[in-house]
Write a protein that binds this ligand. Structure first.
Ligand code: SAH
Length: 218
């Protein structure tokens, strides 16, 4: 991550990206506004400067990727964020998704299991814009019990199953957006926690994420 210039050219490319996301079916204006506001090229190596606003995933090191903008927008829209909600994100990666949620005025707690990616968050100057964006190094399967319960939980890696501890850390009435493995791809699911602790499931499109792995990695 670096913090270079945000030029009119970059803003123009972002506007085109926002239009593309609208065409692809993203309707939540707060999501579109956040995509317009957050300079995605800040989250990528300078080699990607001119292609940062293509609707593609890119490598960010450690065999990981920054999610495709459409995927970020899709998950953000399913979360139905309103200002002040607490959101637990599993898989900080490039910090782009976390910044989009912070831009939408959520209080964001994001966990990364790769030490090198987590360490990079310390050099991340853009975060100073968001007082309620907090980074943690740890195993997302365990969540963050000290900060629970959360209004929303977002998983940005391919989950082999629905992690029980993350369900525990969700408020009643809260929602989890999670891509669950279905062989080669993952089914995007939105789970709402009911008063009796049961989950109401909604199923959406299929996506392809990097795997959610257990344990921390040095
Ligand atoms: N949200 C990211 C996308 C990251 S890709 C972005 O906006 O760029 C998924 C990330 O999840 C990777 O960085 C990977 O290291 C991380 N990850 C995978 N399993 C995890 C786990 N159990 N706990 C925390 N992070 C995990």
């Amino acid at each position: 991550m670096r913090m270079g210039e945000d030029t009119y050219r970059h803003k123009g490319l972002r506007k085109q990206l926002v239009n593309l996301l609208k065409e692809k079916g993203i309707t939540d204006q707060s999501v579109l506004d956040a995509i317009m506001e957050v300079p995605r090229h800040f989250f990528l190596d300078s080699a990607f400067d001119l292609i940062a606003y293509e609707d593609r995933a890119f490598p960010i090191g450690e065999n990981q990727t920054i999610s495709q903008p459409y995927t970020v927008a899709y998950q953000s829209q399913l979360l139905e964020i309103t200002a002040g909600m607490s959101v637990l994100e599993i898989g900080t990666g490039s910090m782009y998704q976390a910044s989009i949620l912070a831009e939408m005025k959520a209080r964001v707690f994001t966990i990364e299991r790769q030490k090198k990616l987590f360490d990079a968050t310390k050099l991340y100057l853009f975060k100073n814009k968001y007082p309620f964006l907090k980074f943690f190094y740890g195993d997302g399967f365990a969540g963050l019990p000290a900060y629970a319960p959360f209004d929303r939980v977002l998983i940005t890696a391919a989950a082999p199953f629905i992690p029980p501890k993350l369900v525990e850390q969700l408020k009643v009435g809260g929602k989890m957006v999670i891509p669950v493995d279905e062989g080669e791809t993952q089914r995007m699911k939105r789970l709402t926690k009911l008063a009796d602790g049961q989950l109401q499931e909604e199923h959406f499109d299929s996506f392809s994420f990097v795997p959610m792995l257990s344990g921390k990695n040095q």
